[in-house]
Design a protein around this ligand. Structure first.
Ligand code: ZN
Ligand code: ZN
Length: 190
């Protein structure tokens, strides 16, 4: 199998948290182990843990990118409610469970629209000065600056922070705001 997947179409795992937020795990361009964690979503590690863990790797199959899941001996991983096979090829929208956490497969289509990670909650939006919340949709400029960009239809329109839509260019580097280049390819409803 050819394992080259361009960076612009990296797979991500979305793991639901309370209150409709998601933890977001970026699958890199090499095999990683999914480590279980009691409180948080799993962490990805290049090193094989002693007890073993499921392996995830982006692969090409018949010209399409798929996410290879090898459950290994680490315990039951269920895919879409079914017992998992020794080898699973996952696609966008697929779901699996490992150690009580639920993971949805999606793909990052670029670096522009994505979800704020927990690490980004210490930052404030340069436009409205409001702190980011994990799982909030954000606009990410190529310079690394992030701006609010909520599309949430269940949030009242005047409470939606859509800072990236209010300005023509990034306040940090002046690159024009361009929505055509990014976002999550899919996300579960609720
Ligand atoms: Zn803002
Ligand atoms: Zn910028």
């Amino acid at each position: 199998m050819n394992t080259s997947v361009s960076e612009s179409e990296n797979f991500v795992l979305l793991s639901p948290r309370e209150e409709g937020d998601f933890d977001l795990l970026d699958i890199p361009n090499h095999p990683v182990y999914l480590l279980a964690s009691k409180q948080k979503a799993g962490k990805l590690s290049q090193r094989r843990p002693r007890r073993g863990a499921p392996v995830l790797e982006a692969v090409q199959q018949s010209g399409r990118s798929r996410l290879l899941l090898l459950p290994g001996t680490a315990g039951l991983v269920r895919r879409n409610g079914q017992p998992s096979l020794p080898l699973e090829l996952l696609d966008i929208g697929d779901e699996f469970r490992y150690r009580r956490r639920e993971y949805f497969v999606s793909r990052q289509l670029g670096q522009r629209l994505s979800l704020a990670t927990s690490a980004e909650t210490s930052a404030r939006c340069p436009l409205c000065r409001v702190a980011f919340e994990p799982g909030q949709q954000i606009y990410r400029c190529t310079c690394g600056s992030i701006l609010h960009c909520m599309d949430d239809q269940d949030v009242a329109e005047d409470e939606r922070l859509e800072c990236a839509r209010m300005v023509p260019s990034c306040p940090h580097c002046s690159e024009s705001i361009d929505f055509r280049k990014g976002g999550l390819a899919w996300r579960p409803e609720n």
